[in-house]
Design a binder for this molecule. Structure first.
Ligand code: ADP
Ligand code: ZN
Ligand code: ZN
Length: 738
């Protein structure tokens, strides 16, 4: 007999399906979006109800019962829940994993929806004494006291004790009455008070942008705020956010990285009035839960966070802002491979609110959406506050020699800045000392044993490191193959350039800023603040330097070695290079003094350099989009990449070959002319961290038919014999083709 009253539950397992359960007869009704704890094989897992009162094909005997209903109400507001279900379909990713990712860790583990008022426990001297004589059968009390003793003066919080015992709270209450444990209410309140200070008067372009955004509050509209570097985009964000808040709404602000731009948080704190909650990676799981709750209850007016913050529930959403919308960090690169920028747009659509994408170098997809009229364009053509765009000078390395990475024009420009006591940035694409270590006699090269990549020499630690898998070994003094003394160190990393600058300018304060120099708590903040306060004359650094910083004292930016970006097989390479160059160049001359940018290149005629020189983003975009259209690349087609990796070299290719056969069979039976299936190929870097990798690219021009194909194809792939022998994943709208 078919059962009509089952629950359809999404579970955190890597399968593209849901699971049916029945409610215990004692339980009251459950609505979609509630969490339930259910048995799954020998485990007990937390899932989310997708549908109630469904008819199941399982027999009464096979249909298991929900062990616990965890919520009285849906954990996700309805539009967000719908968004998550849409994402499962769009990204063809298991819905249970998506819902799991969208929840704070505390809730994934079954914790109560509303964070308990936070308490903190510590053991007393009497408690330590009592532990000696406490009866063996007082299991829970004993366990708690022992853990509290181990935690010593740090004590334990709510989240910790929940994992120690089911009935930890009442047991702790008894321990407190006995004087063995003390408890304090902790005040890790996640809300920051923002209070608006004096604001600059908006220029015309800014005012127009703000007026248009404000006029669309209350309904869905997508905007691209395209402003040159230093155009005052943040001021536009702040004014429209303030307006949305004053009308009783909440604002979500997505940023690429919070640690890198503490300045932005500060600007929000002084740029509008309200309660601000910041979701950053430094939050503990309980704090994150509180922040999530503050957003869900509407206690926070502004929710500012990175990629995953796009899934934060909001009680009265009014505006979504995506800063530096082109940034690659919005794309999740493993597991559920979503793009938070695209999700934000979809979310705005479902919440019926405006979304504002801001950038000086918008992604070509976004440009195309604007040109087709899907997004409205707001332009800030000039720098705010009167500063001009920096002058760009290209140094042709075919005719100008370099020494340790630096050409004479770069050295001269730096010397001039030092004389005038202005700050400079030297942008180097690689960290470490030298990316290649080579024997001139026998040709031996330092290669990673686990990747198809050469090892970078790091000074100080004296080690060769792989930047792909993190492997490291000590650098040999003589050639390990032929014994020849004196190996060559080819190419320049940040360390080498730093050394050369210190040698050339012994009196200058040279600061290196890369992920090596800023590893460790507080070091990045320290480095950034010494740049802001003028304690560094020359800053040598990687991409970290280009992101959104406003260093008012910097008047010179030198770009040393970005040519590699011209020769990547990746179709996005020139777009990326242009974005990188524009962003780093945009750090020059943002204050009262004029800025210069000196770019060293072997190929000054390359489009990315020519258009940088002209500050011509639109020209660059038009040329690049024409190439993409001719080649049938995104945004004129949609890409889906099937990746596979395994320890044996042949396995991924064999899996992908049968995946391609499966696909062809389906496509033959269901002719959809606009789907193109490429041949499986080994990945450009075939071996990485000891695994061999291969990929298969599919492209389509119609979303609907591609989606339908994917649904059938992936379901079939799950059943392939080889599927269990490789790690495989599907990447819809991949950012990299490797
Ligand atoms: P972007 O994010 O577009 O690169 P910012 O928002 O960082 O630019 O603005 C650059 C600088 O210009 C900041 O110091 C900001 O305070 C200032 N600024 C912004 N708008 C104005 C304005 N209307 N008048 C004067 N200064 C402004
Ligand atoms: Zn040798
Ligand atoms: Zn490696």
């Amino acid at each position: 007999m078919a059962i009509k009253d089952a629950l359809r539950v999404a579970l955190p397992v890597p399968l593209r399906r849901t699971f049916d359960y029945k409610l215990p007869s004692s339980a009251a009704g459950v609505v979609p979006g509630c969490r339930v704890q259910v048995p799954l094989r020998k485990r007990s897992v937390v899932g989310v109800v997708c549908a109630a009162h469904v008819r199941t094909d399982l027999s009464a005997r096979k249909l298991k019962t929900v062990s616990r209903v965890l919520d009285q109400e849906a954990v996700f507001p309805e539009p967000l829940f719908r968004l998550l279900l849409w994402a499962a379909e769009y990204y063809q990713h298991p819905v249970g994993e998506i819902l799991h990712v969208a929840l704070p860790v505390v809730l994934r583990r079954g914790g109560s929806l509303q964070p308990a008022r936070s308490r903190h426990w510590q053991i007393t001297a009497q408690g330590i004494e009592a532990l000696q004589t406490l009866a063996k059968r007082s299991v829970v009390q004993r366990r708690l006291l022992e853990s509290l003793k181990a935690a010593a003066s740090d004590g334990l919080g709510d989240g910790d004790v929940r994992f120690l015992a089911d009935r930890a709270q009442p047991a702790l209450a008894r321990l407190v009455t006995r004087g063995w444990v003390t408890s304090t209410e902790s005040d890790d309140h996640p809300l920051l008070d923002a209070a608006q200070g004096a604001r600059p008067r908006l220029n015309d372009a800014q005012s127009q942008a703000v007026a248009r955004i404000n006029a669309s509050l209350g309904r869905y509209t997508s905007y691209l705020l395209h402003g040159v570097t230093g155009a005052g985009k943040t001021e536009v964000y702040l004014r429209s956010a303030a307006e949305a808040i004053s009308r009783g709404g909440q604002v979500m602000v997505l940023v690429p990285e919070i640690a890198l731009t503490p300045q932005l948080v500060e600007r929000f704190q002084h740029g509008l009035t309200g309660k601000l909650v910041v979701l950053h990676s430094g939050l503990g799981s309980r704090q994150r839960h509180r922040a999530w709750w503050a957003a869900r209850q509407g206690a926070a007016d502004v929710v500012l966070g990175t990629r995953s913050a796009v899934f934060t529930p909001l009680e009265r959403p009014a505006l979504i802002i995506v800063d530096e919308e082109h940034d690659a960090s919005y794309k999740q690169q493993d597991g559920f491979r979503y793009n938070a920028r695209d999700i934000a747009v979809k979310r705005a659509q479902q919440e019926k609110i405006p979304v504002l994408l801001g950038s000086a170098t918008p992604a070509l997809e976004t440009v195309e959406n604007t040109r087709r009229g899907r997004y409205r364009l707001l332009v800030l053509p000039q720098r705010a506050g009167g500063s001009a765009m920096p002058r760009v000078h290209l140094v042709d390395l075919k005719s100008v020699p370099v020494h340790n990475g630096l050409s004479a024009p770069v050295v001269k420009a730096l010397a001039g800045r030092l004389e005038r006591e202005e700050q400079s940035i030297v942008y180097v694409n690689r960290r470490g000392f030298a990316p290649v270590v080579l024997c001139s006699d026998c040709g031996w090269q330092g290669k990673c044993r686990r990747c198809d990549a050469s090892l970078t020499l790091h000074q100080g630690s004296g080690r060769l490191r792989c930047h792909h898998c993190g492997a490291a070994r000590s650098a040999p003094v003589s050639c390990p193959a032929c014994g020849q003394q004196g190996l060559y160190h080819v190419g320049e990393g940040t360390q080498r350039v730093e050394g050369e600058l210190s040698r050339l300018f012994p009196a200058a304060r040279v600061l290196r800023l890369d992920s090596d120099s800023t590893a460790g708590k507080g070091r990045l903040e320290q480095a950034l603040s010494s740049i802001h306060s003028g304690q560094a004359d020359i800053v040598v650094g990687t991409q970290m330097l280009s992101k959104g910083h406003h260093f008012a004292g910097v008047t010179l930016v030198c770009v040393l070695n970005t040519d590699r970006g011209l020769f990547s097989f990746d179709f996005r390479a020139s777009e990326r290079l242009f974005q990188q160059l524009t962003q780093v160049a945009g750090r020059a001359g943002r204050g009262s003094r004029h800025g210069d940018v000196v770019v060293q290149t072997m190929f000054p005629e390359a489009l990315s350099y020519v258009q940088l020189n002209r500050h011509d983003f639109d020209g660059f975009a038009t040329a690049c989009l024409a190439e993409r259209r001719a080649a049938g690349y995104p945004p004129y087609a949609q890409f889906v990449l099937l990746r596979a990796e395994a320890h044996q070299q042949e396995t991924p290719m064999r899996f992908l070959t049968s995946a391609a056969t499966t696909a062809r069979r389906w496509l033959n039976q269901h002719p959809v002319p606009d789907i193109r299936l490429m041949e499986p190929v080994p990945s450009p870097m075939e071996r990485r961290a000891g695994r061999f990798r291969a990929q298969l690219l599919v492209s389509g021009t119609r979303r609907g038919s591609l989606g339908e194909f994917l649904r059938h194809w992936l379901a079939e792939l799950e059943t392939l014999r080889l599927a269990g022998r490789v790690r495989w994943s599907v990447d819809v709208d991949p950012l990299d083709l490797y």
